[in-house]
Design a protein around this ligand. Structure first.
Ligand SMILES: O=C(O)CCC(=O)C(=O)O
Ligand SMILES: [Fe+2]
Length: 384
C-alpha cells in the first residue's frame, strides 16, 4: 500500500479512536473482562471465532522447523523443533494488512532479547534514549550494563532549574521510556536525521528478518512501560518505505488499540476550518484509577477498529492498509509478566558479591512491558 503523502506525523486521531483510548486508559484493571466481544484475546479464543465465515482468519502457520532455524542462530545453541509449537498468523477483516502472531517467541528467546536490548544495546552510546533529552548519562564500563551500576550512581540534569538529579534506580524504574536502535528517530520533530544511520544490531536484525522477510530492520524504538503508562494514539508515518512494521512485546500484558476509522462526517462538519493543535505523542504517567464503581459500558467499536490484548512473546505486524493505521497503548496490565522473566536480569550470575553497592534488579520485569517496534526506513535496504 503506497504511502499517502498527505499523512501528517503530528495529526490527531479521529474522535472515536481518542474516545476508546480514553475509556480503556481510565478503566481499572479489575474491570478488564476476560471474555468480551470488545477485546480480541487470543488466549481466550473459542474455535468458533475462527471458522470459515468469521472475521478472524489464520492466513499462515509458521512451522517449528523454520522457527527453530531462526532461534538457533539467535540463541547460538541447538533448538529442538519438537519443543516448539507452530505459530499461527491471524488476520482480521476490520484491519486489512494487520497480522497478529500470538506466542511467537519462546521464553528463552524473550529473555535473550531483553538482555541484548537492555544490557548490551542500552549501554551503546550511539543509541539515544528519552533520558538523554534532559540528563547527562553516566555510562557503565565496557562490557557492563546500566543494571551493573552502583546504587549511588547519579544522573545529573542538563538544566537543574527544570529537573532534579536522579539515582540509577529511579532512572531505570521510572524515567526510561524509550531507546532508539539503528536510524535515531527524533520523537520531537518526528523525523529521522540525515546521514548514515547507526548500524542496526545484527543478531536482532537476523531474528526479525528471519521470521519476517518482508522487512529489513533499519530502525527500531524499544519502548519500556510500567503499569499506568500509556502511549497516545498516533500513526508511524516518518519512514520513506511502505514496508511492514513489526512490533514485538515482552513482559507485562497490554491493551493495544488500532483503527482505520475515517474522521466522521460530523467531526468534519462541525469544524472544517479549525485546526486542532496537535497533541504531542507522549508517554504519560497516569495515576491508577482505584475507583470501585463499575465502569460505564465501553464506547461502540466500529468495524475498522480492534482492541487486542497483547501478551509477552506476541508479535503484531502492521502492513498493507494497516501500515498507516492509528494506534496506541491505553493500558499496561501489571503483574502479568511470565514468571520465568521476573528474575531477569538475574544478577546472581553477574554480580560480584563483594560490591555491597550493587543493586538486585530481580523483579524489575514484573513492573515492565518492553516493546520493540521495528521499521524499514528506506525502500531499498541501502539508503544511497
Ligand atoms: O508498545 C506498543 O505496542 C506500540 C508502540 C508503538 O506504537 C510505537 O513505538 O510507535
Ligand atoms: Fe507506533
Amino acid at each position: 500500500m503506497p504511502k499517502d503523502v498527505t499523512l501528517e506525523a503530528h495529526a490527531t486521531a479521529p474522535r472515536s479512536v481518542r474516545d476508546l483510548q480514553k475509556y480503556y486508559q481510565k478503566l481499572p484493571v479489575a474491570f478488564i473482562p476476560d471474555t468480551t466481544p470488545h477485546i480480541l484475546d487470543f488466549r481466550n479464543l473459542d474455535s468458533a471465532a475462527i471458522d470459515a465465515n468469521s472475521s478472524l482468519k489464520i492466513i499462515e502457520t509458521i512451522s517449528p522447523e523454520k522457527l527453530a532455524e531462526v532461534y538457533q542462530q539467535f540463541l547460538e545453541g541447538q533448538v529442538d523443533p519438537t519443543t516448539l509449537d507452530p505459530v499461527n498468523v491471524y488476520e482480521h477483516t476490520s484491519l486489512p494488512g494487520l497480522r497478529i502472531l500470538p506466542s511467537l517467541l519462546p521464553i528463552q528467546v524473550q529473555e535473550t532479547l531483553l538482555s541484548k536490548l537492555l544490557l548490551r544495546d542500552l549501554s551503546n552510546q550511539e543509541h539515544l534514549t528519552n533520558v538523554h533529552l534532559h540528563y547527562n548519562v553516566p555510562y557503565p564500563d565496557t562490557g557492563k550494563s546500566f543494571f551493573d551500576l552502583p546504587e549511588s550512581t547519579i544522573f545529573s540534569p542538563k538544566d537543574p532549574d527544570l529537573h532534579k538529579p536522579l539515582g540509577v534506580v529511579e532512572i531505570l524504574e521510572k524515567k526510561l521510556r524509550w531507546m532508539t536502535l539503528g536510524g535515531q528517530y527524533n520523537w520531537t520533530t518526528k523525523e529521522y536525521p540525515d546521514g548514515p544511520p547507526v548500524r542496526f544490531p545484527q543478531d536482532v536484525r537476523n531474528l526479525v528478518h528471519g521470521i519476517f522477510p518482508s522487512v529489513e530492520p533499519e530502525a527500531a524504538i524499544c519502548n519500556t512501560y510500567s503499569p499506568g503508562d500509556t502511549l497516545s494514539t498516533h500513526r508511524d508515518v516518518s519512514e520513506e518505505a511502505d514496508k511492514d512494521l513489526v512490533s514485538i512485546s515482552v513482559g507485562c500484558e497490554a491493551l493495544f488499540l488500532i483503527s482505520l476509522s475515517p474522521e466522521s462526517q460530523e467531526e468534519n462538519a462541525v469544524s472544517p476550518t479549525i485546526v486542532t493543535p496537535p497533541k504531542p505523542q507522549s508517554h504519560k504517567h497516569k495515576k491508577k484509577n482505584k475507583g470501585k464503581e463499575p465502569p460505564p459500558p465501553p464506547p461502540p467499536l466500529d468495524d475498522h477498529t480492534l482492541i487486542i490484548r497483547i501478551r509477552s512473546g506476541d508479535a503484531v505486524v502492521m502492513g498493507g492498509q494497516s501500515r498507516w493505521a492509528w494506534h496506541g497503548v491505553p493500558k499496561v496490565i501489571g503483574d502479568t509478566c511470565p514468571e520465568e522473566l521476573t528474575q531477569w536480569p538475574n544478577l546472581y550470575d553477574r554480580q560480584s558479591s563483594d560490591n555491597a553497592d550493587t543493586i538486585d534488579w530481580a523483579g524489575w520485569m514484573k513492573r515492565k512491558r518492553v516493546n520493540l517496534n521495528i521499521r524499514q526506513m528506506y525502500d531499498s535496504s541501502n539508503p544511497n
